[in-house]
Design a protein around this ligand. Structure first.
Ligand SMILES: [Zn+2]
Length: 266
């Protein structure tokens, strides 16, 4: 019988790719030391936010979930019955679970995260969102919390990915990771929480969407009681729902194209 976590938190840093390696990011480096991860976690293609967050939260390829940046603002995710989100799968197994989706980029909350199943949803700028996230962790101790920060991707589009200004934003996001991990400790739930930090895609020049290595590979780091320290694993963004379900001891959806990476859990 696999160990069951009481809490899983995904810290999603939009547009972060694997550029953390090029700047001072002590909190992310600490997660790699304390847990397992990869600098070459493959995301979905096209490497755009709707496509990639969709794969991360629904566990299927973009051609299946059909979420695109062009339509997400006006279209609700329409394949919920055949391809449920990770939120729905947890809710079906655990009717009383506290679920949260705290996303700077509001389409995740309006079009992907389910309505009417009691997900606490917040959208705000990164700094304001961080305060709400830490408060939510400490007061509610959620079973599953999904987080999306957006400033880094904004800096990539404005100043170019992997530029000095972009990397400065990544320093700031690294501080968010540190604050969230402190909040988990302050909540007294560190021992039975799985924390994952990752990204939806990287970037190349001033954009993303293509299949270049800078766009399609992202970092992935996971820390938890049963996660081996310092281990390198093969993992894809689309594997996230299977990882979360496994960690929480809820059954995976049979239609997910999502698997638990070998070696992630002892
Ligand atoms: Zn994105």
């Amino acid at each position: 019988m696999a160990y069951t976590y009481k809490h899983v938190i995904i810290i999603g840093i939009d547009g972060a790719g694997n550029f953390y390696r090029n700047t001072d990011t002590p909190a992310i480096h600490k997660m790699f030391e304390e847990g397992a991860g990869s600098d070459f976690c493959l995301t979905s293609i096209p490497t755009d936010s709707s496509e990639c967050w969709g794969s991360m939260l629904i566990g299927v390829q973009p051609k299946v979930h059909e979420l695109t940046n062009g339509t997400i603002g006006s279209t609700e995710y329409k394949h919920r019955a055949e391809h449920p989100t990770i939120f729905r799968v947890i809710r079906d197994a655990h009717p009383g679970a506290k679920l949260g989706s705290f996303s700077n980029w509001s389409p995740i909350n309006t079009s992907i995260a389910d309505s009417g199943i009691g997900i606490v949803k917040r959208s705000a700028n990164d700094e304001s969102l961080l305060i709400q996230i830490c408060d939510f962790i400490k007061t509610e101790k959620p079973e599953f919390l999904f987080i999306q920060f957006d400033s880094i991707d904004g800096a990539g589009h404005t100043y170019g990915y992997n530029t000095e200004r972009y990397l400065q934003e990544l320093n700031v996001a690294d501080g968010f990771v540190a604050s969230i991990r402190k909040a988990v400790a302050a909540a007294g739930i560190e021992d039975d929480t799985l924390v994952i930090a990752t990204a939806d895609h990287g970037g190349n020049g001033h954009g993303h969407g293509g299949p270049s290595d800078e766009e399609k590979y992202v970092f992935f780091a996971a820390v938890g009681k049963t996660v081996p320290r310092g281990k390198k694993i093969d993992v894809r963004v689309i594997d996230m729902p299977a990882i979360v379900a496994h960690a929480l001891g809820v059954p995976a959806d049979p239609n997910w194209d999502s698997t638990v990476p070998e070696g992630l859990f002892e």
